[in-house]
Design a protein around this ligand. Structure first.
Ligand SMILES: Nc1ncnc2c1ncn2[C@@H]1O[C@H](COP(=O)(O)OP(=O)(O)OP(=O)(O)O)[C@@H](O)[C@H]1O
Ligand SMILES: [Mg+2]
Length: 590
């Protein structure tokens, strides 16, 4: 339950609304409790009238002088009360349910904002489904606590207090008898709703398993067809689907118990009221109308009491959900922003004895790496797969902090810079291209606040050697990419990703193996375009191919996180070491 305390700040924020909601609930319940007393009044009055005219026809009694006005009067009052109550019930739902929606909105925004500030490592440790569930389903469950649970709880307390006052006023003994079955009902309903919730959770789990399965199979339909796995896929689907059916049927069974239990206990209460009330009427302790009034009260109290069980179960689930949400909210961003604004940088980048391993992994991915890139110069990194090339780029973009050693930009350690100002100086082209389901133009101008003008976008595209492809598409720069949109080749995607970095005109350019999917001719074209741009900024370019990097000012050869050779292309060739053998091999391969 403690986890729900997190929501108190929001409850406090909307305290005015809660107070208003409470007043509406109180008003509607007072009216609701008055209404049965009008029924009682009517019944007792009619019994009285009938007793006054023992031998007269019923129609005549009805039209006797004082009966008609009384009847009309009581009908009008009753209708007015019903209408007023309806208005208050409407207002109560409007205030409290809206309150829960407002808090849901705030909470979702808070979680999303928090997610975005978390470090990259967090996303490696937690899967996307988990992140999505906590911001959607778990928030929904927390909302059920804020809306219905709070509303029904206040409602129960109000209604119970108000009706109790009315009932005790009539007869203390009959009140006690009438109330006996209600707590039993609450407990029973609690068990039924608890089981219901557990089973519905199992249904939901199976449902999400089914969805994941279908999604994966159809994203990978090309592989499924090529390897002829349709039959097996269908069988697996059927198994999962059968499990779903089984779980749903179990849920239906327990659902079916809900109403009968309530009806049974209302029946029990009513019987007790009529029996005990009957004896008391015969004894002359209470009137006919009083029994009817009690029966109505029993019925009124049934739903609130039934809701105790239901509400308890909602609160338990909300607490579990909120606990999951809190777990992520407690997570602190490990990459903290520093005080210095990164403006007017020259772009001198230095790695000083940098050693690094990924979080939760002891393996040293980089070991004592040192290099300096002077402003406007280019450093190239070449090495086998897994040697640590991408890791160098990630560290330079401050996606992670080094374990040992320092990375300095213009002589100042990276962690002293204000993070967003630092990143706005960086053009990062990751190895794995990611494009958003949006137009090509928007993908290219993604890193520019408020978007960029068309000529800037085109210039970047020309430099990335993709402009001529884009204008061939039917919708040109407005072509939408993604599932239902344009499908680009690997090389085309890479070049859009390069354009996205170029348009920012960054001080520090990180090109991580970003030419792997283009042919050597295109590569040469891009490199010659980049040459001029790269002379204005500091660049790290990594690659498997010597052709991509041979013109760099310095080349380092990485092997298992260590620098094994360094120098210019010519110097490295003269050395006749690993670089030279790689060069020879790639020459013969081509
Ligand atoms: N998020 C991560 N968590 C743990 N280990 C990682 C992570 N990312 C990379 N590694 C490990 O770090 C090492 C270096 O990876 P890195 O991606 O830097 O290599 P690379 O030289 O870029 O390889 P490639 O040429 O295939 O792109 C590899 O052994 C890899 O398994
Ligand atoms: Mg890599």
């Amino acid at each position: 339950m403690k986890s729900l305390a997190y929501l108190n700040k929001y409850i406090w924020k909307y305290r005015g609304r809660i107070l208003l909601g409470f007043l509406f609930i109180l008003a509607s319940n007072i009216i609701q409790a008055i209404m049965p007393s009008k029924v009682q009044e009517a019944i007792d009055q009619f019994t009285f009238f009938i007793a006054q005219y023992p031998n007269v026809d019923s129609k005549e009694i009805f039209y006797a002088d004082n009966i008609l006005p009384f009847t009309l009067n009581i009908i009008l009052i009753y209708m007015a009360l019903a209408l007023l109550r309806a208005v208050f019930v409407f207002m109560m739902r409007q205030t409290i349910i809206i309150l829960s929606r407002l808090i849901e909105f705030d909470l979702k925004n808070e979680i999303y904002d928090h997610y975005q500030r978390l470090h990259l490592g967090f996303y490696k440790e937690n899967n996307t489904g988990d992140l999505m569930n906590r911001i959607s389903e778990d928030v929904t469950k927390a909302r059920m606590y804020l809306g219905p649970a709070i509303m029904y709880s206040i409602n129960l307390i109000c209604l119970f207090t108000v009706t109790l006052v009315f009932m005790l006023d009539k007869s203390v003994e009959l009140t006690l008898w009438t109330l006996i079955p209600l707590p039993i009902m609450s407990i029973l309903i609690y068990f039924v709703s608890h089981t219901m919730n557990k089973r519905s959770e199992r249904v939901q789990n199976q449902q999400s398993k089914l969805t994941t399965f279908v999604q994966e199979m159809f994203s990978g339909i090309r592989i499924v067809k090529a390897y002829n796995r349709q039959e097996e896929a269908y069988k697996s689907f059927q198994n999962e689907s059968t499990e779903y059916k089984k779980r749903s049927l179990k849920l239906v069974l327990i659902n079916a118990f809900f109403m009968p239990i309530i009806l049974l206990l209302i029946g029990l209460s009513t019987i007790i009221t009529i029996y005990v009330g009957g004896i008391k009427t015969i004894d002359g302790d209470i009137s006919y109308g009083d029994i009817v009034q009690f029966v109505i009260y029993v019925n009124l109290l049934t739903w609130p009491f039934a809701s105790i069980g239901w509400v308890t179960s909602i609160i338990q689930r909300a607490a579990a959900s909120q606990e999951r949400i809190n777990e992520f909210l407690k997570e602190q961003p490990q990459i903290e922003s520093g005080p210095i604004q990164a403006t007017n940088l020259k772009g001198r980048l230095e790695f000083r004895n940098v050693t690094f391993s990924y979080p939760n992994d002891n393996k040293e991915v980089l070991n004592d790496i040192s290099f300096v890139i002077e402003p406007g110069k280019t450093l190239a990194i070449i090495g086998r797969t897994g040697s640590g090339k991408s890791t160098v780029s990630d560290l330079a973009a401050r996606m992670y902090d080094p374990l040992k050693g320092t990375i300095l930009l213009d002589g100042i350690p990276l962690d002293n810079y204000e993070l967003s100002s630092l990143r706005s100086n960086i053009g990062y082209v990751p190895q794995e291209v990611f494009l958003f389901s949006d137009t090509i133009a928007n993908n290219i101008s993604f890193g520019i606040e408020n978007g960029a003008e068309m000529d800037r976008i085109e210039k970047a595209a020309v430099n990335a050697h993709i402009h001529h492809n884009i204008i061939d598409f039917k919708d040109g720069y407005s072509s939408v990419m993604g599932e239902r949109g344009l499908t680009l080749s690997g090389g085309q995607k890479q070049r859009i990703s390069i354009a996205r970095a170029l348009i920012r005109e960054p001080k520090l350019m990180l090109l991580d193996d970003c030419l792997s999917a283009v042919d050597t001719e295109t590569e040469a074209a891009i490199l010659s375009n980049l040459k001029e741009i790269m002379s204005n900024n500091t660049t790290i370019i990594s690659s498997h191919r010597i052709s991509s990097i041979q013109h760099a000012d310095e080349i380092i050869v990485l092997d298992q996180g260590k620098i094994i050779e360094r120098g210019t292309h010519q110097a490295l060739l003269n050395k006749k070491g690993d670089y030279f053998s790689l060069y020879k091999k790639q020459l013969t391969d081509n």
